[in-house]
Design a protein around this ligand. Structure first.
Ligand code: SAM
Length: 198
């Protein structure tokens, strides 16, 4: 398990040199490109790569991450790209939103163990507007051993969908994603859901 302090260590250092910039999640960017820009919430935003790309495309973005260093990096990243985005430190399993969002994203940021990850899915779902969108990518349980997770730390697509009453599941698929160490790809999953109109 990687906690906020460990992520802080990862995101510390000279931002010009060694703050890791995971590429903006292409699956989530692709979905956003099909939607009219509105309010977006990026949970577990890390150094803000996806948040900033969304802001550059006209979204009003809020990013939340448990790591203060990640939030500092995200804030610097937005400034460097000349966009406005709001970033705050928060635990995505317990965060309480103010307001509703057209799009909520979680890119490889559901915190272990599984009961916290389930909470984070419910937290992500709560502020989605009627007819708004929720999009989650995460490592699949099949990736646990190779990426150093306990198998029970990673939710299946069924686990995620179970936390989404009131949503239509638009997409639920196994995908692969670049490993954090750059050594090829690992099994991942994507769930895209749209909240029913009220
Ligand atoms: C693999 S990184 C992904 C970052 C970003 N979403 C992306 O795709 O580039 C996981 C992120 O989740 C954050 N995180 C882990 N547990 C968290 C929690 N309980 N609450 C908020 N953020 C958390 C970490 O600090 C880290 O920034």
């Amino acid at each position: 398990m990687t906690d906020a302090a460990e992520w802080d260590a990862i995101f510390s250092g000279d931002p010009a040199v060694d703050v890791p910039q995971f590429p903006a999640n292409p699956h989530l960017l692709e979905l956003a490109a099909t939607l009219p820009a509105g309010r977006a919430l990026d949970l577990g935003c890390g150094p803000g790569t996806l948040s900033v790309e969304l802001a550059l495309r006209g979204w009003e973005v809020r990013g939340v991450d448990a790591s203060p260093k990640a939030i500092e990096a995200a804030t610097r990243h937005a400034a460097a790209r000349g966009v406005e985005a709001a970033f705050e430190v928060g635990d995505v399993a317990y965060w309480i939103p103010l307001g509703l969002y057209d799009l909520v994203t979680s890119s490889h940021a559901l915190p272990p163990p599984a009961h916290e990850a389930r909470r984070a899915v419910a937290v992500a779902a709560a502020p989605v507007k009627p007819e708004g969108w929720l999009a989650i990518t995460e490592w699949a349980p099949a990736a646990a051993e190779t990426l150093g997770f306990a198998p029970s730390d990673l939710l299946s697509r069924t686990d995620i969908v179970a936390e989404l009453p009131g949503f239509e599941i638009i997409r639920s698929e196994e995908i692969s994603a670049p490993r954090p160490d750059g050594d090829g790809e690992a099994p991942a999953l994507i769930v895209v859901a749209q909240r029913h109109p009220r």
